[in-house]
Design a protein around this ligand. Structure first.
Ligand code: SF4
Length: 327
């Protein structure tokens, strides 16, 4: 059953010149309890704005102008800030790319984790300290007891991210949003942190929205994948089948851009458009090798593809056959 059901989410930014920019345009997807959904796409495609909308952490110039964010049966888009404060941290948590921006350099990491237990679960000092040390052990920080009294600057990037994961999961949320959680880390450290996230997701039965531009990491981590381009969803499907046979030309282009041993790189031609002036019709048409006249005129809706029943959705007038070839 879906713990999160995002329906037609639309987010507009007010620009300094008085104009508006649509950063998320009619996005819909679901995440079941215990499921991992990967949200992928180039920078500026709307992935992070989608995540911040769910958390209701958009900055003051941005507004959810349409759609619903149904979390456990209730629409987060209608919640007051006071109601959201009780949901954030306890029911939905988020980890970001750069942990140092979320950790307070003036407090020990132990204080920052135990504070979560004191604030949300009203525990006393002793109990909150014990639980904080327990969380350090769960995120596999060596010598968890000694870690308690250390400050964020005494840790490497990978260890700081583990502290952030401990904070995010302290209250046992139902949904974790991880926005490029390992992008700032070295590859070997990246693998360790991903394995911590994966283990805890499994153990806790968490629903996870995993945002990344790294398709290989997404293929390894996610049950389902949603591909965004220019503020819209282009394709959604089960991870294994989508990576084996993309149906949308943009997904196909992304997969062909991954360096593979012995194979030439085929980058997607052109660059992403300016969101202030999106192209008519299909937003991908200026870069699509399969574009036809209809693509320049008509906007393709995200729809179920044949064969029906495999859950694959794509927003394309002329979807691929499933192995990078035209249908
Ligand atoms: Fe390409 Fe047309 Fe499909 Fe857009 S609708 S992805 S331009 S084939």
């Amino acid at each position: 059953m879906a713990i999160l059901d995002v329906q037609n989410l639309t987010v507009d930014f007010l620009l300094d010149d008085g104009g508006t920019l649509r950063a998320v345009d009619g996005t819909s997807f679901t995440i079941d309890s215990g499921e991992v959904l990967g949200l992928v796409g180039e920078s500026g495609s709307g992935k992070s704005v989608t995540a911040l909308s769910i958390m209701r952490l958009l900055d003051s110039q941005a507004d959810i102008t349409a759609g619903r964010i149904i979390f456990d049966g209730e629409d987060l888009a209608q919640k007051s800030e006071a109601e959201m404060r009780t949901i954030r941290g306890q029911r939905i948590s988020m980890i970001f790319q750069e942990p140092m921006t979320s950790l307070n350099p003036a407090y020990t990491v132990g204080d920052q984790v135990s504070e979560v237990f004191r604030q949300h679960l009203h525990m006393g000092f002793g109990e909150s300290k014990r639980r904080a040390i327990e969380m350090f052990e769960r995120v596999k920080i060596p010598r968890a007891k000694d870690t308690y009294g250390k400050f964020p600057h005494e840790f490497s990037g990978g260890m700081r991210q583990r502290v952030m994961i401990a904070i995010a999961l302290a209250c046992g949320p139902d949904l974790l949003i991880a926005d490029e959680p390992t992008t700032a880390l070295d590859v070997t450290i990246q693998a360790q942190v991903l394995s911590v996230i994966q283990d805890l997701q499994h153990d806790m039965g968490l629903a996870l929205l995993f945002i990344s531009h790294d398709l290989e990491v997404v293929a390894q981590m996610c049950d389902k994948v949603a591909v965004m381009y220019g503020a819209r969803l282009m394709e959604v499907g089960e991870s294994t089948s989508l990576f084996a046979g993309p149906r949308h030309p943009y997904t196909d282009g992304l997969l062909r851009s991954i360096p593979r041993r012995g194979q030439p790189l085929t980058p997607i031609a052109g660059t992403i458009f300016d969101l202030r002036s999106p192209p008519d019709g299909c937003r991908f048409h200026p870069r699509c090798p399969y574009a036809e006249d209809r693509c320049r005129r008509e906007t393709p809706e995200l729809r179920a593809l044949e064969p029906a029943g495999d859950g694959r959705l794509a927003a394309c007038h002329f979807p691929l056959a499933g192995a990078g070839a035209k249908a």
